[in-house]
Write a protein that binds this ligand. Structure first.
Ligand code: A2P
Length: 340
C-alpha cells in the first residue's frame, strides 16, 4: 500500500545550505503534503518565500516535530544533537547535514545513488556526509565495483562557502583590502585567505591530521564499506574560491584498470560527468562546477607512483552535492522507498 505524501520540515531554512535546500526541493519537484520552515528563535516570525508564497519561519522546538515525517536539517551539530532525537522520538526521519551522528553505528551515512540500501537500516536519523567525501563517493563507487580500491590518497582544494556566510564575506573583504593596500584582520580563518591557501580545515587531531581530513578518511570507509586494512590519507586545504571543491585523487586498485576503462566507467556513472581532453585543455575547474549538479572528473591518467594506480581530478559544487543536493536526494529516496 502506498503511503500518504509526507509532511516535511526544513530545519535551518534561513541558512546558506537551508536556502539551497529550498531551491532544490522546487527544482527536483519533491512531493509532499505540507512543509514547515524552522530556524532558531532569532529568526522565528520572519518570512520566507517558497513557490511564490510567503511562509512564516517557526522556532524549532521539540514539539514542532509532532506530525512531521521527514526533516531536512542543516542547522549545525549542536542543534542536531539536541533536536534529532526529539524528531525521531516523534516518528520523523531526520536527515542531518551536520557531522554529529555520521559515525554512529545505527545511523546510515548515505550518498544517494551510491549506498541507498543502507537507508533501510535507519532508526530515525540519516546522515549526509561531509562535502569533500560526498563528491568523491560518486566517482569512487563505480571504480571500486570494477577493480576494488586498495589504497587512496586525496588532496582537497576547498572553497570558502563550506565555512559559511562569514567566510564568504571575509574572502571578499580581504581581497578588497589587499588590492587597496590596507591592513586586514582575519577572523573566519587562521590566516588571510585572499591570495593565499591555508592547509588547515577544522581542528587538529592527535595524529597530526585535521578533523576534516579524518572525516574524509572515516566516512569514505563507512560509505563504500571498505575494509579497515585499506589505507586512506587526506590533506585538506582551504583556497580563495567562493564555490566548488576540487580534489586531486590517487587510487591504487587491486585489479589492473586503464585510464580508458576509468573513463568508460565514469561516462556511464550516475551523477558524474567526464571532462577530459587534454589536447584541447578540457578539464574541470570550480568555476565550471558552481551551481551545477554533477561531479566533474578530468586529468584521468595512469599513476606513475603505483602499480594499478590512477590519478584524477574531480570538482563539484560543495553546497549542492556536498550538502543541499544530497540532502534533498536522500529525502526523495526515503519517499520512493517508503521509509518514513
Ligand atoms: P537562524 O537564522 O535563526 O540563526 P548558517 O550555517 O548559514 O549560519 O545557517 C545556520 C542555520 O541554522 C540558520 O537557519 C539558523 O537559524 C539555524 N540555527 C542555528 N542555531 C539554531 C538553533 N539553536 N535552533 C534552530 N535553528 C538554528
Amino acid at each position: 500500500m502506498t503511503k500518504e505524501l509526507p509532511n516535511i520540515a526544513v530545519l535551518g531554512a534561513t541558512g546558506v545550505v537551508g536556502r539551497e535546500i529550498l531551491k532544490i526541493l522546487v527544482e527536483n519537484n519533491v512531493p509532499y503534503k505540507s512543509i514547515k520552515f524552522l530556524a532558531s528563535a532569532r529568526s522565528a516570525g520572519s518570512k520566507i518565500e517558497f513557490k511564490g508564497e510567503e511562509h512564516t519561519v517557526i522556532e524549532a522546538t521539540p514539539e514542532v516535530f509532532e506530525g512531521i515525517n521527514i526533516v531536512l536539517a542543516s542547522a549545525g551539530g549542536s542543534t542536531s544533537l539536541k533536536l534529532a532525537p526529539e524528531a525521531a522520538k516523534r516518528g520523523a526521519v531526520f536527515i542531518d547535514n551536520s557531522s554529529a551522528f555520521r559515525m554512529e553505528k545505527d545511523v546510515p551515512l548515505v550518498i544517494a545513488g551510491v549506498n541507498d540500501d543502507d537507508l533501510k537500516l535507519h532508526k530515525g536519523i540519516i546522515a549526509n556526509p561531509n562535502c569533500s567525501t560526498s563528491q568523491l563517493m560518486l566517482v569512487l563507487k563505480p571504480l571500486d565495483n570494477h577493480a576494488k580500491i586498495k589504497r587512496l590518497i586525496v588532496s582537497t582544494y576547498q572553497a570558502v562557502s563550506g565555512a559559511g556566510l562569514k567566510a564568504i564575506n571575509e574572502l571578499t573583504e580581504n581581497t578588497k583590502a589587499k588590492m587597496q593596500g590596507e591592513e586586514f584582520k582575519n577572523d573566519a580563518f587562521k590566516y588571510e585567505i585572499a591570495f593565499n591557501v591555508i592547509p588547515q580545515i577544522d581542528v587538529f587531531c592527535e595524529n597530526g591530521y585535521t578533523k576534516e581530513e579524518m572525516k574524509v578518511t572515516n566516512e569514505t570507509r563507512k560509505i563504500l564499506h571498505l575494509d579497515k586494512s585499506v589505507p586512506i590519507s587526506c590533506t585538506a586545504v582551504r583556497v580563495p574560491v567562493y564555490k566548488g571543491h576540487s580534489e586531486a585523487v590517487t587510487i591504487e586498485f587491486e585489479k589492473e584498470i586503464t585510464p580508458e576503462k576509468v573513463k568508460e566507467i565514469l561516462n556511464n556513472a550516475w551523477g558524474v560527468e567526464v571532462m577530459d581532453d587534454i589536447s584541447n585543455f578540457v578539464y574541470p575547474t570550480p568555476r565550471h562546477a558552481a551551481d551545477k549538479d554533477p561531479v566533474y572528473v578530468g586529468r584521468i591518467r595512469k599513476s606513475i607512483a603505483f602499480d594499478n594506480g590512477i590519478d584524477l581530478f574531480c570538482v563539484a559544487d560543495n553546497l549542492r552535492i556536498g550538502a543541499a543536493l544530497n540532502t534533498v536526494r536522500l529525502a526523495q529516496k526515503v519517499i520512493e522507498m517508503q521509509l518514513y
